[in-house]
Structures are given as structure tokens and as C-alpha cells.
Design a binder for this molecule. Structure first.
Ligand code: ATP
Ligand code: MG
Length: 241
């Protein structure tokens, strides 16, 4: 049984206090979602928890990186290649991606699948996933969510999943939802909290609520509106992939 316990976490970035006392606890086998308006500190939280990943080096293949990383996490494997191909098959990553440079010229969705591939190989006890749903097509989203859920059930992986959209939580079931606003967890509840946020936005939690909610975005796309809404939609896509 592992627990990621965060208590009164503060972080200052570029002279600005971004995290202002974050409390939360993620245990083995549980999925915790973190939601919150843009700029509330979610990615900063992920970065602080993870440390800076030192392995995003162009020119290193996925297989070479894992061959280095597996012994470091005590998960040495005589047949890295074989296990890697098995993992790739489970989440629908084409084998020819395995020989390509890590994160070089991969599409947004391919990068995300690659992250989950690494998760399956490295088998951390706790995983922090920052917008893993961004850039994934609907099939990939389902494959990735299923793989993460399998890890929680079979191996007791604990997950802190940062997301803007309830869409992720309809395929990756969250046990707990935290709302992060201005560097603090201002509400914690069950999955119903995500439904409420989708409907009402962050206004009630002291968020600026200037951004359109996911429902509003979808409505705007459906209606094919031009102008402000579409511009926001496009910018958002660019930001996320
Ligand atoms: N290196 C930095 N220097 C200055 N400010 C920073 C730096 N990194 C982050 N910030 C600021 O910290 C705040 C929180 O950023 P962060 O990326 O954690 O937000 P977020 O909750 O992940 O937002 P989003 O939903 O848009 O991904 C923002 O106002 C951002 O501009
Ligand atoms: Mg972010």
C-alpha cells in the first residue's frame, strides 16, 4: 500500500506564488482527479510532484530509454523488447514507433500513448497524469483509460489525473475529484463534482470563470459559430497538443 500525501505544499515560480498550500492524499488503487481553471496551478503541481523529467532527450529511442530506466526503478527485465511490444499491443501503439526518437516528431496523441506505454513498463506506484486526454482521439482515449484502470485494479496503481473535461472521467472512473483554484484545493468530492463543474463552471469556487465551460465549447462547435468562440477553440487545441 502506497500513499502520496501532499500537505501544505507551496511553490513559487518566476516570482509568483503559484501553489499556496495544497493538501491531498492519493492511495494505491485509487484515481483522484484534479480539475481547475486555466492558470490555477495544476501543471505546476504535477511538475513539483514529479521533479523535472531528465529523459526527454531527442535521439533516444523509447526502447533505449526504458532499458536505462528499468534497472533504476528496480524493474529490470531480461526481455525489455518483448515486454515493450506487449505493452504497445495493449494500447494500440504501432511497433514502428518503438524505434523512433522519444517524443521527437510524434503527434500529440502519439506522445500521450507513449506516456502510457512508459507507465505500463516502468510500473510506478503513483502516476501523475497532466491532461492525458488532450489530443487523444476517442478510441485512443478509451484504450489509454482502460490501460490506466487495469493498472489500478491489477497492481494497485494510485493516479492523480489532471483534466479539464468530464469526458475523461466518463472512461477513467475517478474515486475522488479535487477542485484547484488559485493554488489551493477548494473542494473535494465524488465524481458528481465533475458533473457539477461541467454545468456551472468555477464561478462558485472563486475561479474567474471567464473561460467557456466544456458544454459551452461543444455547443459553440456544434453551432459552427465563428468569431470569439472558435478562436478560443482553436487556441485551446494548439495549447493542448
Ligand atoms: N516559469 C514560470 N514563470 C512565471 N510564471 C509561471 C511559470 N510557470 C507557471 N507560471 C504561472 O503559474 C500559474 C499556474 O500555471 P500552471 O501551468 O500550473 O496552470 P494550470 O492550472 O496547469 O493551467 P492550464 O489549465 O491552463 O493548464 C500561471 O499563472 C502561469 O502563468
Ligand atoms: Mg496545465
Amino acid at each position: 500500500m502506497s500513499t502520496l500525501a501532499v500537505e501544505g505544499l507551496r511553490a513559487r515560480v518566476g516570482g509568483k506564488e503559484v501553489l499556496r498550500g495544497v493538501d491531498l492524499e492519493v492511495s494505491s488503487g485509487k484515481v483522484h482527479a484534479v480539475m481547475g481553471p486555466n492558470g490555477s496551478g495544476k501543471s505546476t503541481l504535477a511538475h513539483v510532484l514529479m521533479g523535472r523529467p531528465g529523459y526527454e532527450v531527442p535521439g533516444v529511442t523509447v526502447e533505449a530509454m526504458l532499458a536505462e530506466a528499468l534497472p533504476a526503478v528496480g524493474a529490470e527485465d531480461a526481455d525489455v523488447g518483448g515486454r515493450l511490444r506487449e505493452e504497445a499491443r495493449r494500447i494500440g501503439v504501432d511497433e514502428r514507433f518503438l524505434g523512433r526518437g522519444l517524443n521527437v516528431d510524434l503527434s500529440g496523441g502519439e506522445k500521450k500513448r507513449n506516456e502510457i506505454l512508459q507507465l505500463g513498463m516502468l510500473r510506478p506506484r503513483i502516476a501523475v497524469l497532466d491532461e492525458v486526454d488532450s489530443g487523444l482521439d476517442v478510441d485512443a482515449l478509451r484504450a489509454v483509460s482502460r490501460r490506466v484502470e487495469e493498472e489500478t485494479e491489477e497492481r494497485g496503481l494510485g493516479v492523480l489525473a489532471i483534466t479539464h473535461y468530464r469526458r475523461l472521467l466518463s472512461v477513467l472512473r475517478a474515486d475522488v475529484v479535487h477542485v484547484l483554484v488559485k493554488g489551493r484545493v477548494v473542494a473535494t468530492g465524488g465524481p458528481e463534482l465533475a458533473d457539477e463543474l461541467e454545468r456551472t463552471g468555477y464561478g462558485a469556487y472563486g475561479g474567474d470563470d471567464q473561460e467557456p465551460t466544456a458544454d459551452q465549447l461543444e455547443e459553440a462547435i456544434d453551432a459552427g459559430l465563428d468569431g470569439g468562440w472558435e478562436e478560443r477553440v482553436v487556441l485551446d487545441e494548439g495549447d493542448r497538443t
